[in-house]
Design a protein around this ligand. Structure first.
Ligand SMILES: Nc1ncnc2c1ncn2[C@@H]1O[C@H](COP(=O)(O)OP(=O)(O)O)[C@@H](O)[C@H]1O
Ligand SMILES: [Mg+2]
Length: 310
């Protein structure tokens, strides 16, 4: 850029140098990179549970957007909505009124998973096992059931064994508690993904969550391991967000994804249109970040810590 001939003491405002302009240029180049990305999906189905006993940290948002982003990369993805709120089903545009067969029927009445799975209007490769309000009662009803911790796992194993084209990913959206629904997810999954909101109490409760994971590993599912931490609702303008991000990275250097999901209005608007942000506004900062996170997850592959150096 040519030197300004202006003699005014303070430099005149130039749009090219403004933070917004830099952000836009950055976003454009990140989108270009994403367009060129190719990922091969091979190997066994990866079953990932998205959990954090805190509510409102971005579990559901992460589940549906990572799922949609993986589908857009060419993967077949099944989302299992284990939260009675049914927000994941809503965001994937899948009907889930009380009369619709749902995960409740799978867990309590042993319906085959194939009987309840629906295809999201967003993509042929994106499926959803919806939740209905009945699931709110399942937490209690499961208590008296045989093999109450294994119900989802058994259903999923049967489903995958019978599928001609099994999904590459199964992503389970958990309710904000460590009850039997979440335990069913932990028993069914190989990988745990924890979304962490970059706020003051971010790490609070994490040791309780990881304690539960150790119990599950010991008694129910030795394959379960923390594979991924995703920092969400990041507001780069605050020093606090930066500090929280640094702290989480120092505790979990291998697990935290490079990609950070920014706080973005588009992300929070999308569900009210029955869409993920990938479909709603795929060029927005939130969509680009979720697509980058999905590429990272896909590229990391299915790795168990015990198989690696640690
Ligand atoms: N990156 C983001 N930017 C803005 N709002 C977000 C973002 N991620 C999540 N939200 C909003 O925060 C709220 C909680 O997110 P949600 O995914 O439902 O959390 P959880 O499933 O953990 O309860 C929702 O209203 C959601 O739209
Ligand atoms: Mg949720």
């Amino acid at each position: 850029m040519a030197e300004s001939e202006s003699t005014t003491p303070s430099a005149p405002f130039s749009f090219d140098d403004s933070p917004i302009a830099r952000e836009l240029a950055d976003l454009t180049s990140r989108r270009k990179v994403l367009e060129g990305v190719r990922v091969d999906f091979t190997g066994p189905t990866r079953v990932i549970t998205v959990s954090n006993q805190k509510g409102g940290v971005g579990k559901t948002t992460t589940t549906v957007n990572i799922a949609s982003a993986l589908a857009s990369l060419g993967a077949r993805v099944l989302v299992v909505d284990l939260d009675p709120q049914g927000n994941a089903s809503t965001a994937l545009g899948v009907p889930h009124t009380a009369d619709i067969p749902s995960v409740y029927d799978v867990l309590i009445d042993e319906f085959p998973l194939a009987d309840i799975v629906q295809t999201s209007p967003e993509s042929d490769r994106l499926m959803c096992a919806p939740s209905t309000i009945h699931l709110a009662g399942a937490e209690i009803e499961l208590v008296s059931q045989v093999a109450r911790e294994h119900r989802l796992r058994t259903a999923l194993e049967d489903y995958l064994a019978a599928s001609e084209e099994p999904p590459h990913f199964v992503i389970v959206d958990c309710p904000p508690s460590l009850g039997l629904l979440t335990i069913n997810a932990f028993t069914a999954a190989d990988e745990l993904m924890i979304p962490i909101q970059c706020e003051y109490y971010a790490l609070e409760g994490l040791s309780q969550l990881l304690g539960s994971v150790r119990m599950i590993q010991k008694h129910l599912n030795p394959r379960l391991h923390l594979s991924t931490i995703l920092l969400t609702m990041y507001d780069g303008r605050t020093r606090l967000a930066q500090q929280v991000a640094d702290e989480v990275r120092s505790h979990f250097p291998k697990e935290v994804l490079q990609t950070v999901i920014p706080r973005s209005v588009r992300v929070s608007e999308a569900p009210s249109f029955g869409q993920t942000v990938i479909a709603y506004d795929g060029a927005s900062a939130g969509a680009v970040a979720y697509r980058e996170a999905a590429v990272e997850i896909a590229r990391r592959g299915h790795q168990h810590p015990d198989e690696g150096a640690s």
